[in-house]
Design a protein around this ligand. Structure first.
Ligand code: URA
Length: 247
């Protein structure tokens, strides 16, 4: 078997077709998963106004010199994916490939993230909006400092306010810290739904961590993440069906 990724494998009975849509249960349909729930209705912009506001936000990020990371960047990395999606993925910050390309999660970790989402029938560019806690690459991929995260947080908050995701995947401990202000091991935090500002948040292991932990054994980080992602998929299906009760 090639690089041992649980996310290339779809267990029998998962109800999911490879890279595709649910084959049973509450299907999300073939269309992009668009946001705009009654929950989020207040303050939702129409797509054209939202996209204009996101373009202005991207221009503000480009002009930003709010912390020391700006000096070392090649490009500001703001987002990729669908701003109309119900699902937002938040990572830590750009790596070398993201810095060079200007898009988040395009390197090895990003490719794994794509496969992880695909394994539950989600397309990363169609069904998710992807961003990071910090928009500029920290040197040598170190964790961003509290000052850098605080400087960048208004941009992330604005992205969340404009995209109005109903479900947010927090990829790794830095994303949890950046969004919720909770410091702690991701091993303890992952897999538990949190409600935050009317949204459902699911902390998961960061794909980079999964690249370093290749085991697919029951109970391994990859196996646990597969459980978490199936939970996210079920939650999205529930929301799509109009059920916003607790998971
Ligand atoms: N890791 C992240 O957290 N974000 C990226 O964009 C790439 C790698």
């Amino acid at each position: 078997m090639s690089e041992a990724s649980l996310f290339d494998l779809l267990p029998d009975g998962s109800g999911l077709a490879p890279g595709g849509q649910a084959t049973g249960g509450a299907a999300l349909g073939g269309e992009a998963l668009t946001g705009g729930s009654p929950m989020a209705a207040a303050g939702v912009l129409d797509p054209a106004a939202r996209d204009r506001a996101l373009a202005e936000l991207a221009a503000s990020c480009d002009a930003c010199r709010g912390c020391g990371l700006a000096a070392g960047r090649q490009q500001v990395v703001v987002s990729r994916g669908n701003p109309g999606a119900r699902l937002m993925v938040i990572g830590e910050g750009p790596g070398a490939q993201e810095d060079a390309s200007g898009s988040p999660f395009v390197g090895k970790a990003g490719q794994l993230l794509d496969r992880m989402l695909e394994s539950v029938g989600l397309d990363s560019n169609r069904d998710a909006y992807i961003a990071n806690v910090v928009k500029c690459r920290p040197p040598e991929n170190r964790k961003p400092t509290a000052i850098e995260m605080a400087a960048c947080l208004p941009f992330l908050r604005r992205q969340i306010a404009l995209v109005q995701p109903q479900v947010v995947l927090l990829a790794g401990a830095t994303a949890v810290e950046g969004v919720l202000g909770i410091k702690g091991g991701i091993t303890k935090l992952r897999g538990q739904w949190r409600q935050w500002e009317g949204r459902w948040l699911m902390p998961v292991f960061h794909p980079s961590y999964l690249l370093r932990n290749a085991s697919r054994e029951r109970g391994s980080p990859k196996w646990l993440t597969w459980q978490d992602l199936q939970d996210v998929r079920r939650r999205l299906a529930q929301l799509e069906a109009g059920d916003s009760s607790a998971p």
